[in-house]
Structures are given as C-alpha cells and as structure tokens.
Design a binder for this molecule. Sequence first.
Ligand SMILES: [Zn+2]
Length: 72
Amino acid sequence: MGRKKKRRQKEEESEDFGAREFHCNHCNHQFEVKWEDIFMIQELTHGYVGFHINDTFISCPECDEIVEEEEF
Ligand SMILES: [Zn+2]
C-alpha cells in the first residue's frame, strides 16, 4: 500500500486554491468565487474539475444572471 499522505488543515487547503474574480456584465458587480465552489459547480455540470472556467456557469450574487467570462 502507498504511503500515507499527511493531510493539511482545512484553512491552509482553501488558501492554496484561492478564489477567482468575476465581473458581471449585467450589473457591473465584481465578486470572488472560491475555486472550491467552482470545482463543485463543475462537478455537478460536467463531472470533471480543473482550473478553467469554460463551460462553468457562475451566477452573479447581485442580479442572479449567469456570468460569462472569457478565459485569459
Ligand atoms: Zn450581476
């Protein structure tokens, strides 16, 4: 069996992932979404996760519109 990987504390883990900034074209609201949350959405949408936002539907917390952001 493989070696046991030491699990880091949750706080550090989320710090590693960080967040991504999104900008809503509808209401001009700028907000951050944690990568953890993006992964969760991706998993629900198409079953795979990664550091990309293609085909990932993030809705604006202000106006509830889907934010379409180009990858850059
Ligand atoms: Zn908005």
